[in-house]
Write a protein that binds this ligand. Structure first.
Ligand code: PMP
Ligand code: GLU
Length: 378
């Protein structure tokens, strides 16, 4: 009976990206020629040296509880990765989590109180809003300006704003925010004394420009919760390994919450994470090169169809205006042409005629899906 369910969870919907992807997989298992462009999941195998490291750890008996915030080797490797980017951080600023998604959940639960306002750029990735709602926060959507590289956050920020969420390169846009925009967010965060959550999970999947972190800007390291993980860079979605970097106080409370919920990410998966960060990085370069080729193929087709799109400079998504109700469009496109895509509505309120296309699928699939799209819209 519904009476047993809390208001907190009744208030949230299932993840649209995961739901549509499950639907696509179901159709494929029924023998339909499905092309899945609905989920942000690299289609490459996890590199062998990473798998070997997990196997070695298991065989060596590293199959027991680990420290709550992660094994020291992994905390060191993450601190080194961000130190090499120029940040003055130590392992004390790091907590590893089962997936970046859980780092986001834990961070939001640790800083948001009932009624606190959280600024989300519209469109934003599907899971931020439910995390904020569960924490009792109030989501304030800020639509992007034309071109998607700016948003009038100054018009929406108030003294009640506790957190601003930035994700660059962006899911679902593929946009990389320019320095000017990040500088504006920095100034607002300082003036209004807010925190910033900077989701940098696509930091390595960049084709043009440089994905800068807001934490690089003056006085921002203390005020930023950086989120990152292994799912995208090393094609490790199922391993569930992510992390947060924040000031020691925030890390302390996230660790407390983690100690009473998931305890820590799986022991041997953490050793695989060390191998990922410390091992040969050519696997990442190869994957990014391939994503760029796919992006170029897809962009050419979208341009030929005359559709408007956000500048796809990183991650592996294109956000495209199909000029029709996107819920209906995506449903029909899947049913009639067997291409799974995600409606703009899943990512906010303002882009109801836009859809997200993930190009984490083969070149052949992209060519075929684009042919089906051209047929479908004509
Ligand atoms: N942030 C963004 C923007 C994402 O696209 C994803 C993909 N699921 C995540 C966080 C979470 O990644 P994961 O939990 O697989 O590490
Ligand atoms: N981040 C991916 C996406 O947006 C994976 C699915 C999910 O976790 O939402 O499709």
């Amino acid at each position: 009976m519904v009476k047993t369910i809390s208001k907190r969870v009744k208030n949230i919907s299932p993840s649209a990206t995961l739901t549509i992807s499950a639907e696509a997989k179901k159709l494929a298992s029924m023998g339909k020629p499905v092309i899945n462009m609905s989920v942000g999941e690299p289609d490459f195998n996890t590199p062998k040296h990473i798998i070997d490291a997990a196997e070695k750890a298991m065989k060596e008996g590293k199959t027991f509880y680990t420290p709550t915030k992660g094994i020291p080797e992994l905390l060191d490797a993450i601190a080194d990765y961000y130190s090499e980017k120029g940040f003055d951080i130590s392992p004390e600023n790091v907590i590893v989590t089962p997936g970046a998604k859980y780092a986001i959940f834990e961070a939001i639960m640790s800083v948001i109180d009932e009624g606190d306002e959280v600024i989300l750029l519209d469109p934003s990735w599907v899971s931020y809003e439910p995390c904020i709602k569960v924490a009792g926060g109030k989501v304030v959507w800020v639509p992007h300006s034309a071109g998607f590289e700016d948003a009038p956050v100054e018009e929406y920020i108030t003294r009640k704003t506790k957190l601003i969420i930035i994700n660059s390169p962006s899911n679902p846009l593929g946009v990389i925010y320019p320095e000017k925009f990040l500088k504006k967010i920095r100034d607002l965060a300082i003036d209004y004394e807010t925190l910033v959550l900077s989701d940098e999970i696509y930091d390595r999947i960049v084709f043009e420009d440089k994905a800068r972190s807001i934490a690089e800007f003056e006085d921002m390291l203390e005020k930023t919760i950086i989120i990152n993980g292994f799912s995208k860079t090393y094609s490790m979605t199922g391993w569930r390994l992510g992390y947060a970097i924040a000031n020691k106080d925030i890390v302390k409370y996230m660790t407390r919450l983690q100690s009473h919920s998931v305890s820590h990410p799986t022991s041997f998966v953490q050793y695989a994470g060390v191998a990922a960060l410390k091992g040969d990085q050519s696997c990442v370069d190869k994957m990014v090169k391939e994503f760029k080729v796919r992006r170029d193929i897809m962009m050419e087709h979208i341009k030929d169809m005359g559709l408007e799109f956000a500048p796809p400079k990183g991650a592996f998504y294109m956000f495209v205006n199909v000029n029709k109700d996107s819920m209906e469009f995506c449903e029909k496109f899947l049913k009639e042409k067997y291409v799974a895509t995600t409606p703009g509505k899943a990512f906010g309120n303002s882009y109801s005629t836009w859809i997200r296309l993930s190009y984490a699928t083969s070149r052949e699939n992209i060519e075929e899906a684009m042919n089906r799209l051209a047929e479908f819209i004509s």
